[in-house]
Design a protein around this ligand. Sequence first.
Ligand code: ADP
Ligand code: ZN
Ligand code: MG
Length: 526
Amino acid sequence: MKDLQSVLWDWEAVIGLEVHTELTTLNTKMFCSCPIEFGAQPNTHVCPVCLGLPGALPVPNKAAIQSIVLAGLATNCEIMKRSMFYRKNYFYPDMSKNYQITQGPVAFCMHGGLNLEVSGPAAKERLHLEGTQPLGSDGFGAMSGYTTHIGITRIHMEEDAGKMIHVGGSSGRITDAEYSLVDYNRCGTPLIELVTEPDLRTPEEARLFLQKLRQIYLTLDISDCSMEEGSLRCDGNVSLRRRGSTELGTKTELKNMNSFKNLHDGLAYEICRQAEVLESGGTVRQETRHWEPGAKRTITMRVKETADDYRLFPDPDLAPYDLSDEFIQSVRDRLPELPDAKKQRFISDYGLPAADAENLSTDVELSAFFDKALRAASSKAVALAKPIANLLLNDVSAWLNASAVGSEALIMGSIAPEGIAELASLTLSGEISSKQAKEVFAAMVETGDSPLTIVEVRGLKQVNDSSEIERIVLGIISRFPEKVAEYQAGKTGLIGFFVGQAMKETSGQGNPKLINEIFTEKLQEA
Ligand code: ADP
Ligand code: ZN
Ligand code: MG
């Protein structure tokens, strides 16, 4: 099989995503009052409504509608005031009422879109840049990436199905199972499905889009968006067409893309597979395929059913939904600052480099923590922004990763924003060196003491007193006359030796910059 890059020279990949998100932060299900809880005892959170027993009547969950409207506003969708719930009929044991409640042609949110910034190595996958905006230059004259617009067709509301476990057999799939178990707890969990236009052109764009969407949903606090636990699930639709063609080719739909890497790798594989089929004179079959990350291949799951097979019709138990202007406005008032706006604010208000602003703004907890630390820095916020960002993106992130506590540690207050601001301030003023800052940070998380206390107790202050340093420098110069002569004869690299001696004498606490300056000056005079 050809590799992705060579395929993309000849073919244009066309990708559209369908993203299912469970509204896990809600307390109750979509049409009944059963609690939503991941990992509960099977079949303990069920009732006549979510099981679809005869005579049970569904009542829509208002909080769920607020969540989908939030999602729509945050992704620039038009909020449709009037929409309806439909029944999508199918037969499978994961849904005991044999239909799923979903929305018809009109969804709560329609015609949205997001701009996607693609930079760094991710930008290299796109070989033909038509339809994109350049992202500026990296300082060496090379384009550092591009911006592209991804249309969002709709976001509709539906209910989740139950979960099946296939027992026996080696694949964990139904085909070779001895028997299957079903857990209806998840049944009726409110789910929003976002469908994109076929505007994505590379697997990297697909990955970045999903990451961006996840950050937005996390910021809105409408879901925990866990790809592992299945509260964020993504299907990838992909087809190929010859470069220059504007017609859509036949697509396949990929399932089981339960990580960002799987989404990328599954699409990349499928693009190469389709190219091979087409180049050998075959045709792509419209079908649903299953990505097997271990075997690195996609296999046919089922040949695509058509919409007609589902016999979609308006649910007679649910009246058409009318959203008032006041309701929509009240949801709009709740919109938090979104990652893109946050990034811009970090750049324009605090002068952060774009890359730092991007890395902070796309992490909900880290960026909230950054804002708190800036508030603690009060009048020094602008000067301390960059050192605080450095601490967060390096030391704090490394600590979060290593201790595997996750960003909740930031919320739980294991580290105080005031402490980080204080530490940044000690580093900026030169009172402690950046190496000492690392030691102080480690002690902060271990003891919970403030940086100032740690610096005092451990006697960590950087020696910045120039008369003190001058005394040490002159002492060293008088002890090493041969080295001084060599230096003066042009072996200026010896400055490292001299600074090293002074650092030793100050037990590593001398300010290296100051020592260097004073040596340079005194060695000339000596
Ligand atoms: P289906 O009827 O199979 O569900 P839809 O038209 O509803 O297909 O589209 C589902 C997803 O597939 C959307 O994200 C859409 O952008 C994408 N899509 C549609 N046609 C194509 C195509 N030819 N190639 C790639 N993606 C496509
Ligand atoms: Zn229920
Ligand atoms: Mg469809």
